[in-house]
Design a protein around this ligand. Structure first.
Ligand code: HEC
Length: 114
């Protein structure tokens, strides 16, 4: 292979890698939270987080898009996600989600209100 062909080859690999990185970055952040939400929370809280997943619990799953929830501080919501809520179907997720994953899910929940 001559030098030019080799340089072209390296360039193509670099472009490929950069595009790969771009896609990877787009998958991260809020969309990672989305994936986690769909995997763990959607059954109860519904696809859009409106509490319209599994409605037969008493109390029913919270509407995560409502002002009542969105007005709460991150710390309060994270605590509920970590510890769950007594005498409700909201379980504790601290053994399933890492701190970082809980924050990613919360970022997704925040994005639902907009
Ligand atoms: C088995 C059903 C179920 C699943 C699964 C579930 N939840 Fe819940 N969640 C509930 C119920 C029921 C409530 C309402 C509790 C109440 O009324 O006090 C609730 C409440 C909440 C609240 C509190 C809202 C507030 O007003 O403070 C948050 C935040 C929340 N859920 C987030 C999540 C997240 C994030 C997940 C996934 C990791 C999840 N939930 C999975 C049933 C569920």
């Amino acid at each position: 292979m001559n030098v030019l062909a080799r340089a072209l080859c390296i360039l193509l690999i670099l472009i490929g890698a950069v595009q790969g990185c771009g896609l990877w970055a787009a998958e991260g952040g809020a969309s990672k939270g989305k994936r986690l939400f769909e995997e763990h929370c959607m059954v109860c809280h519904g696809q859009g987080g409106k509490g319209d997943g599994y409605r037969l619990f008493n109390p029913p799953p919270a509407d995560l898009t409502s002002p009542a929830v969105q007005e709460k501080l991150d710390a309060a919501l994270l605590r509920t996600i970590h510890e769950g809520r007594r005498n409700t179907a909201m379980g504790r997720w601290k053994y399933v989600l890492s701190d970082e994953e809980a924050r990613e899910v919360l970022a997704y929940i925040r994005s639902l209100s907009r």
